[in-house]
Write a protein that binds this ligand. Structure first.
Ligand SMILES: *Cc1c(COP(=O)(O)O)cnc(C)c1O
Length: 458
């Protein structure tokens, strides 16, 4: 079967409320046409993010009851540590309550002012944590990774020439680590090939620089390697993960993605001295080294989730559910980013609504219409979220892409829900000429998309 059915059956259900279009029109108007200000209970299908929104298994829920809430030395910590070591292989494993704390702990201990961190594309919290330490976050993804229509199979790959040029420009002593984000979230959930991982590792180590993964979606990346890269078809996901992490010196991880849990993360490093410094700071800001801001039961859920995420039946469904939604849209001629990534489908709002200029937020027009018509929540990743301002004229400089992201929570929605989403978007696409843009009534100085108030353009 091309699109496998759900590899699970449903034991507990969470009812979702149905609102009327009238109610939703009122709610979105009162929210200043900002989807972040909408009560989640009035949403039928929530595709805002895949982070922390996973459904846990019966096995994970059972594990919660075995939580050992001892302050030090909880048995769940040992289970967590053993599981992470088995998959990731790193020597020191330090739990945190989410990914950005792992980043903060790592960077606080290794970065100094003027340092540089190359990555394929930094995720926003990673970039912000680098810049907070007055260091520079440099993106070195291959050019194909920036082109929404390029069919390259590993669009998350690092451009080795760009990377080496950065090393030569700043000098290896100003680059404490080189990172690779797998899959590349900000580039559309695109994978990095094993070949590229090996080459980045070699290049880093040749210059005496350590190599780290931002590993949030490591299992999805492994699945793409198995599916697309020569020599991996017969390897298990665990074997692929072990080889991959074997090239690196450590990683940061948000378990809210491929940990299949609602909260949690960790930082892992081989270097004992780095681990010591990070642990000392962990104790200062997060908690003792055997719980790191989490309850014992959370650590148990992560340990179990990390094993479940390696299941090939799960991953086959996961990747193909995303692909299923993407292909239903592409079959209708709806412009999306290709190839379809691991955790989300991205609509290309510029091509969807060519009559609405970036200054009037075409992506937001789609987001608002999707909520009004169908109770679906998506998120704009375009001018509203990412535009810069010309310091002299004050005019908006739009980003290169106007996208709408449909992120798919893990194990939460069925393929019939995906059909519903595809039908709603198709309906909107057929009436796209009627959609109008928006203008801003209120905006904050930073991260305006979270709190902006908008109104429709006449
Ligand atoms: C989500 C995410 C993070 C940050 O993790 P949080 O758990 O949200 O703090 C870092 N990097 C990538 C690639 C992510 O997707």
């Amino acid at each position: 079967m091309r699109f496998p059915a759900e590899p699970f059956r449903i034991k507990v259900v969470e009812p979702i409320k149905n609102t009327t279009q009238e109610e939703r029109e009122r709610l979105i108007r009162e929210a200043g046409y900002n989807i972040f200000s909408i009560p989640a209970e009035t949403i039928y299908i929530d595709l805002l993010t895949d982070s922390g929104t996973s459904a846990m298994s019966d096995n994970q829920w059972a594990g919660l009851m075995l939580g050992d809430e001892s302050y030090a030395g909880s048995r769940n910590y040992y289970h967590f540590e053993q599981t992470v070591r088995e998959i990731f292989g790193f020597k020191n494993i330090i739990p945190t309550h989410q990914g950005r704390v792992a980043e903060n702990l790592l960077f606080s201990n290794i970065l100094k002012e003027g340092d540089v961190v190359p990555n394929n594309i930094h995720f926003d919290t990673t970039r912000a944590n680098v810049e907070y330490h007055k260091a520079q976050a440099v993106d070195c993804v291959i050019d194909e990774g920036l082109d929404p229509e390029n069919p390259h199979l590993f669009k998350g790959n690092m451009d080795l020439n760009k990377l080496e040029a950065v090393i030569k420009k700043y000098g290896a002593d100003r680059i404490p680590i080189i990172m690779l984000t797998i899959t590349n979230n900000s580039g559309g959930g695109q994978p990095v090939s094993m070949e590229n991982i090996r080459q980045v590792s070699e290049l880093a180590h040749r210059y005496g620089i350590r190599f780290f993964f931002d590993a949030c979606r490591f299992a999805e990346n492994c699945y793409f390697i198995k599916e697309r890269e020569e020599g991996y078809a017969d390897k298990s996901i665990l074997e692929i993960a072990k080889e991959m992490f074997g090239y690196a010196d450590g990683c940061t991880m948000s378990a809210k993605k491929d940990g299949l849990v609602n909260i949690g993360g960790f930082v892992a490093v081989n270097d004992d001295e780095w681990a010591q410094r990070i642990t000392n700071m962990l104790i200062l800001i997060e908690g003792f080294k055997t719980y790191g801001g989490l309850a014992g039961r959370d650590l148990e859920a992560i340990a179990r989730g990390l094993k479940e995420v390696l299941d090939e039946n799960y991953l086959r469904f996961r990747i193909n559910q995303t692909r299923y939604l993407g292909e239903m849209l592409a079959d209708q001629g709806i412009p999306i980013v290709k190839p379809i990534g691991g955790h989300a489908v991205y609509l290309d709002a510029r091509r969807f609504l060519p009559h609405i200029p970036p200054e009037q937020f075409p992506g937001q027009a789609i987001v608002v219409e999707l909520y009004k018509r169908a109770g679906i929540r998506a998120v704009e990743i375009g001018s509203l979220m990412m535009a810069k301002k010309d310091p002299e004229t004050g005019k908006m400089i739009p980003p290169s892409l106007e996208l709408v992201r449909l992120a798919i929570p893990r194990r939460v929605y069925t393929n019939m829900h995906m059909q519903y989403v595809a039908e709603a978007i198709t309906e909107i696409y057929h009436e796209r000429e009627k959609l109008k843009g928006f203008e801003i009534e209120y905006e904050a100085e930073f991260l305006r998309h979270f709190t902006a108030k908008l109104k429709p353009v006449d």
